[in-house]
Design a binder for this molecule. Structure first.
Ligand SMILES: [Zn+2]
Length: 1110
């Protein structure tokens, strides 16, 4: 196994949990961060913890005998062999025996093989499928495994715990002497001390952490009047604006995260109370009402109370809500005693294990012999499994498009999860465009006083005055305001409030959720205008699209906009009111960039629209004669950052080549001859410049979106960091040229329009909470993890997906269900502070069979893909590929040995996982992970970016495309949308066997579509749809269907348009004949077929079977 060339410290768990340099803050601490080795190392794709690739990379992790890190069985120590990192030790951990002990139930399905039999699975594989066979890498894929089990005493700072309880926590001086105490999972002020392990014994609840009054925009020293003369400008003598080293007052919003940033001792020793940033706000935001403390919470008791009302203490008086004065004398009459609220009991624990899933998926109980059943691909898009909950509860559950779990039956223990060999995690699309979204404007946002969970459909009402949190089980009071339901206008039905009836809801946040007034929308565009860039002709397209959509930019009267162009120098544009035309200011000192006349460079869009339009019209012509080939991208980004830092906002960068001068300049690292190899390709950034700048941006609420339009290697691995850590997006237009590649022009136009006009959230943070006992430990997506589990999203857009990995930290005994809640706090383009909350509820199961029954194969594949990107970057592509294959082998082996009572020949899979080998094979053939092909490095990296940043639905489409026959479309089963009839042809298996020479087929691979026309395709289709007389007259590079007045044409175009409309990117349609040079790309996506470098699906199954049956 290749040793990644990075120091072990990079992934040491001490840095992960300690108060080391991972967390980011602004202000003085920022600088020490910048020089911390952890930060410099962590430029990969993993966002496990800032600065880390992944916590589960044994070869890089210092061996820590007591850490339990390599364990599969929770507490079992792995033999030292597995840590030696030599590729020859093939010790795959035993499947069964370790995890038997914790499983107390006597289920008949969990038949474990005796150890001796299991050990048969351990010996090395002599398979020829994957070179290097099974390195100890396997143990890296500890699905859901807690990254590090610590001694109990130090659990307070296990970051996985935080999902529930990290609330406002200014440092108390008592606990600041070592890193472990820098997080204090203390309860809210005034609240009872929690009797649980979150709280370090003896720590003092912190004082109330009030949001500071606003100070926005932050005061900055003016930089003097704009120079009257032409460029180059003389540098103003005033202090430079906002570099990290500046001693100027930082914007208020950033002043607060000291205690999160690692300098805990210093922060506390001087006794200063440190103001929290948005962390505090999302975690905080207490209701204005102060509630007297109830009796100390006993969590054990809380659990036993369960969900059903009959277990309530008898004779409960609903008017006796302790310490809620004034509530006794409610004017309304309602019966005393426990209220029979029409809330069904949660959970399925009364259903026996083998019955699980029965009501919903009868076929789900089947085992499938994959070698025999070849037609397993559904002909309609695969739906997410429906959690096996009571109908009334499931009806309220979150839409799986927004929130999805890899296992819809949550294993009760980590041991059970380990046995299943499946990853436990969540896939989120939290800001998806929704046609219906309930918005609550009430000033009282009801949240659990202990863990800050928002009230949701899965809490239980003990009565009208008390509700029990479904994440931490604390009993909370129902505030008086919540008694009135604005929807039904009825008093006394808190359980019918919209917050309790909708798993997805948005709150208008009151001022407690703000540290400063909501920022205005600010958009800064940064254009590469070097000779190379002008050659591509992109500037025309971009300026025109921007002109066309200027009025559609999300915003209000406060919207600001600005422009920077650059080649070897940086050009600013003054759009000052009163100017007759935009004024260009050139700064040629790229070593120490400064901002000339900052007040006129970002201007109000409405008030200066004419000047802005003027600039957009002239910009494309301004540089047509430029011979400047150099690119000072780094300095231009620095300038953009300085310009944006006072407010925050969005930077859109357009780049066409490798940056060549100034900071951040890069050298080509691609060796075209090496493309096919899985080894020695440069997936890691070559400089930390872009990541560091991204973190600076993140700290100032600035996100950077990168549009890379390049025909040559541009080191996207390095450049992409600017977007990844600032929560931006990456767009890549390979070989963009307005004449040579006209189809890219349309793609850019369409995607840019979507980009410019889509919803945007500013200064956002997201936190995911889950029921106590579960813990979240690894995050995937574009963001920066601030303060342990708070995702910092300077911008949030509706097209971004996220994933997290989880583990079962404490047994979920007696819990019929668990819940997950994501809360996204953001500023809308209209300047409102809003919180979008999604809550999902899932049943807990105790048998392996049930875990498999609830497996969501798409979510599993999506999470594995995210993990494989991390693995490719931190170890190697072949490691990642091995791990993907092992994921299939391990889970099917576990199923065979532990669930199937009769050993059958063939390759048996639970019905839920029947597509698992196919999906994994598709991943192996996907551009991110494929080997043996001539894929460009930037293209591979871009695909990896997409894996990380796309919602699951699109990730699946780009992994396993949909194939349809389209020469015989009918209206049978068609959709009818807005008077349009949209045919719904069946989805076909991805194999040339399914192609007929007399047909035409559409392959939808997400961002690209191929329409393959068979040699003997019917004349009708060719003339009525393609509009050409014969097969031979189909043009080589046809990319559009003519709109013909024929039923066939209408149907085909309606279908393709409908497919396109449902995604935020614009797939190019290539219409190809059998002789087309693009045919190889089409065939490359035929996942089930053998290619020169990859196995066919059937061969892959045989390989898996061979391993499983060992
Ligand atoms: Zn709670």
């Amino acid at each position: 196994m290749a040793q990644p060339g990075r120091p072990p410290a990079a992934s040491g768990h001490s840095s992960q949990n300690g108060a080391g340099g991972e967390r980011y803050s602004n202000g003085p601490v920022q600088n020490s961060l910048m020089h911390s080795s952890q930060m410099l190392d962590g430029q990969g794709f993993s966002s496990t913890v800032p600065g880390l690739y992944s916590p589960q990379i044994p070869t890089k992790v210092p061996v820590h005998p007591s850490s339990g890190q390599y364990n599969f069985g929770g507490s079992q120590n792995v033999s030292p062999l597995s840590n030696q990192g030599s590729g020859q030790t093939l010790n795959r951990p035993p499947v069964g025996p370790i995890s038997m002990a914790p499983l107390q139930h006597a289920s008949s399905v969990s038949q474990m093989l005796p150890p001796s039999q299991n050990s048969a699975a351990i010996p090395s594989s002599s398979s020829s499928f994957v070179p290097g066979a099974y390195p100890p890498a396997l143990s890296n894929w500890q699905y859901g495994q807690t990254p590090m089990s610590q001694p109990t005493g130090s659990q307070t700072n296990h970051f996985a715990h935080v999902a529930g309880t990290l609330s406002t926590q200014p440092l108390s001086s008592s606990g600041s002497t070592n890193p472990a105490t820098s997080y204090q999972y203390t309860v809210s002020p005034g609240g009872p001390p929690l009797q649980n392990s979150y709280m370090k014994p003896g720590s003092v609840p912190p004082p109330v952490n009030r949001p500071l009054a606003s100070a926005f925009p932050p005061a900055r020293p003016p930089l003097g009047p704009p120079p009257a003369g032409g460029p180059p400008l003389v540098r103003p003598s005033a202090t430079p604006v906002g570099p990290p080293n500046s001693n100027l007052p930082q914007p208020l919003l950033n002043s607060a995260t000291n205690q999160e940033a690692g300098d805990a001792t210093a922060a506390a020793s001087d006794g200063s109370l440190v103001q929290n940033s948005y962390d505090a706000i999302e975690g905080g935001g207490f209701m204005a009402t102060t509630y007297p403390s109830p009796a100390p919470q006993n969590l054990k008791m809380g659990r036993n109370v369960g969900y059903s009302y009959p277990t309530l203490p008898p004779g409960y008086q609903n008017s006796s809500s302790p310490g809620a004065p004034g509530m006794q004398s409610s004017p309304l009459q309602y019966p005393a005693g426990p209220q029979p609220f029409p809330q069904p009991a949660l959970g399925t624990n009364h259903i026996t294990g083998s019955m699980g899933g029965l009501s919903l998926q009868p076929e789900g109980l089947r085992s499938i012999n994959l070698l025999q059943e070849r037609n397993i691909l559904p002909t309609t898009p695969l739906q997410a499994p429906i959690p096996n909950l009571h109908e009334e509860i499931q009806k309220l559950n979150c839409n799986p498009e927004l929130f999805r779990c890899t296992l819809t039956n949550i294993p009760q223990t980590q041991a059970l999860l380990n046995k299943a060999k499946l990853p436990l995690g969540l896939l989120l699309h939290p800001f998806k465009d929704l046609s219906q979204l309930p918005v609550v404007t009430s000033s009282t946002i009801v949240r659990c006083r202990s863990c800050r969970t928002y009230i949701n459909p899965f809490v239980s009402f003990l009565d009208q005055r008390r509700w029990k949190c479904n994440l931490c089980y604390r009993v909370n009071d129902v505030p008086e305001e919540f008694m009135y339901n604005p929807v039904t206008r009825v008093y006394g039905e808190p359980h019918k409030r919209p917050e309790v009836q909708n798993a997805t809801i948005e709150f208008m946040a009151p001022s407690e959720y703000m540290l400063r007034p909501p920022q205005p929308p600010v958009y800064l565009f940064v254009f590469d205008v070097s000779h190379n860039a002008i050659e591509t002709g992109y500037l025309n397209t971009v300026c025109k699209t921007l002109l066309d959509n200027l009025d559609l930019l999300p915003g209000n009267t406060r919207t600001k906009i600005g422009f920077i162009t650059f080649d070897s120098t940086i050009h600013f544009y003054s759009l000052q009111e009163g100017l007759s035309q935009p004024q260009m200011l050139i700064v040629s000192d790229i070593e120490d960039v400064f901002i000339p006349m900052p007040e006129n460079l970002l201007v109000n869009l409405n008030e200066n629209k004419e000047l802005i339009q003027d600039l957009l019209r002239t910009l494309p012509q301004m540089f047509t004669k430029s011979l400047e080939t150099q690119s000072a991208l780094g300095p231009a980004l620095q300038a953009a950052f300085k310009l944006m830092s006072p407010t925050g906002g969005r930077i859109s960068v357009f780049q066409t080549q490798l940056p060549s001068v100034g900071v951040g300049s890069l050298k080509s690292r691609e060796e075209p001859n090496q493309r096919a190899s899985a080894k020695d390709i440069h997936l890691t950034p070559s400089t930390d410049f872009y990541k560091k700048l991204a973190l600076d941006c993140s700290g100032q609420q600035v996100a950077v979106d990168l549009f890379l339009l390049s025909g040559q290697y541009s080191d996207l691995a390095s450049l992409g960091c600017i977007s990844r850590y600032s929560a931006g997006s990456v767009y890549y237009y390979q070989s963009y040229h307005h004449q040579h590649n006209p189809v890219q022009v349309e793609k850019l136009q369409k995607e840019l329009k979507r980009y410019l006009t889509r919803k945007i959230g500013f200064e956002a943070v997201m936190r995911i909470r889950c029921t106590k006992g579960l813990s979240i430990h690894t995050f995937h997506g574009n963001f920066f993890v601030r303060s342990t589990d708070l995702l910092s999203l300077p911008n949030v857009n509706p097209d971004a997906g996220y994933a997290v990995q989880m583990s079962v930290e404490e047994s979920l005994t007696d819990m019929p269900v668990v819940s997950f809640q994501s809360a996204l706090l953001y500023t809308s383009s209209k300047g409102e502070r809003r919180i979008r909350v999604h809550t999902m509820c899932l049943p807990v199961v105790t048998t392996l069979n049930d875990v498999y029954l609830g497996a969501d194969v798409q979510a599993i594949t999506g999470l594995l893909a995210n993990m494989a990107v991390d693995r490719s970057v931190s170890a190697s592509l072949s490691d990642a590929r091995d791990a993907l294959v092992n994921a299939v082998i391990d889970s099917l082996s576990a199923y065979r040995s532990s669930v199937l009572s009769i050993q059958q020949p063939g390759l048996m899979a639970p019905y839920s996982l029947r597509l698992f080998p196919l999906h994994v094979l598709a991943l192996l053939k996907q551009k991110a992970f494929q080997t043996g092909t001539n894929i460009r490095l930037d293209e591979r990296i871009f695909t990896m970016c997409q894996v990380k940043n796309q919602p699951l639905i699109f990730l699946m489409l780009m992994t396993h495309p949909n194939l349809y026959r389209v020469d015989n479309l009918t209206d049978e089963g068609a959709l009818n949308i807005n008077d349009r009839t949209i045919p719904q042809p069946p989805i076909l298996q991805l194999s040339v066997e399914k192609l007929s020479r007399d047909g035409a087929y559409l392959m939808d691979a997400g961002s690209v579509m191929f329409m393959w026309i068979g040699k003997n395709c019917g004349q009708n289709f060719i003339s009525q749809v393609l509009g050409v007389p014969s097969y031979v007259s189909i043009p080589q590079n046809m990319t559009h269907l003519p709109e013909l007045e024929t039923a066939e044409s209408t149907r085909t175009i309606a279908f393709i348009s409908w497919l396109r409309e449902q995604r935020p990117f614009f797939p190019i349609l290539y219409i190809i004949r059998d002789e087309s040079p693009l045919k190889s790309s089409f065939l490359q996506n035929m996942i089930e077929d053998r290619t020169e470098s990859a196995l066919s699906y059937y061969e892959f199954l045989l390989h898996i079977q061979q391993q499983v049956n060992k």
